[in-house]
Write a protein that binds this ligand. Structure first.
Ligand SMILES: C[S@@+](CC[C@H](N)C(=O)[O-])C[C@H]1O[C@@H](n2cnc3c(N)ncnc32)[C@H](O)[C@@H]1O
Length: 252
């Protein structure tokens, strides 16, 4: 099927901004055209039997990302060394971001109180600038309304997408879940291709995306960012107010 000039596998759901494919991303990713994606933003399962997921998205990312485009992947801390070893075989290491939590989890065997979740950033080739994206991404509780087990909140994906892409971008989430990152992309006036293996979650993501309304672009890429803004909590800055309007609009 042709969608914005890209030949893609059959859609489970499509509209002008979102294209959802029901299937195993190991089989679907090889069918995504070369150099067609501006940002891979994804949240694979974190368990040890999903190390392949990070290797796979990096290997395929090296083909389907445009030159100097970025990959952001939420990750668990436990297997981070292996994840970095595997992903940097294919993409260039950029930085580690931390999604702050409101609560902490106890890592009993190390006696650690974990208050954040890592998000790794890599690029195809060199990417010099991330538009002053702060490394300590502001606290946001997980949103389990749509994906009971693993649902992420929408504020951080909105922040990442608005910082590192412009309105012409096509974003890819190969582990779409309940569609949080696709909804974020649509609300920001970007396009998103999502892949999800569970039909139940495809249906939830499709419903959410069909209800999401494209907003006027925030256009941070066109705006000069003052250094003082970088250190303001996301939801207190001017940019945060605009994002908050988008985030609070979603009903379930
Ligand atoms: C951590 S969840 C993503 C949650 C999502 N960010 C949200 O907020 O709803 C990971 C998702 O990957 C899906 N998944 C697991 N293996 C997959 C595969 N091989 N291909 C595509 N999706 C897969 C799971 O069904 C699950 O919904």
């Amino acid at each position: 099927m042709n969608w914005h000039g890209l030949e893609l596998p059959e859609a489970y759901y499509r509209d002008d901004a979102v294209y959802i494919i029901h299937g195993d991303c190991r089989l679907i990713l090889p069918l995504i055209p070369d150099k067609s994606i501006n940002l891979v933003l994804t949240d694979p399962p974190y368990k040890d039997d999903f190390i392949w997921a990070y290797r796979n998205i990096a290997e395929q990312g090296a083909r389907i990302l445009k030159d100097e485009a970025l990959l952001f992947a939420y990750a668990g801390s436990m297997y981070l060394p292996t994840i970095l070893e595997e992903t940097t075989k294919y993409l260039t290491w950029i930085w580690l971001f931390n999604l702050q939590h409101h609560q902490f989890s106890r890592i009993w065997h190390h006696e650690i109180m974990q208050t954040s979740k890592p998000i790794i950033a890599l690029s195809k080739g060199n990417h010099a600038k991330l538009n002053w994206l702060r490394t300590d991404l502001p606290a946001e509780s997980a949103d389990k309304r749509f994906h009971k087990q693993w649902g992420q909140a929408i504020g951080i994906p909105c922040l990442i997408i608005s910082k590192v892409t412009n309105e012409t971008a096509i974003i890819l989430d190969p582990f779409l879940g309940a569609g949080t990152f696709a909804v974020a992309a649509k609300k920001l006036g970007r396009k998103c291709i999502g892949i999800e293996i569970s039909e139940e979650y495809c249906a939830i993501a499709a419903k959410r995306c069909s209800q999401a309304v494209m907003a006027l672009p925030i256009e941070p890429n066109q705006k000069e960012v003052k250094s003082s803004e970088i250190f303001f909590p996301l939801l207190d800055g001017i940019e945060g107010k605009e994002l908050r309007g988008l985030i609070e609009n979603e009903h379930h």
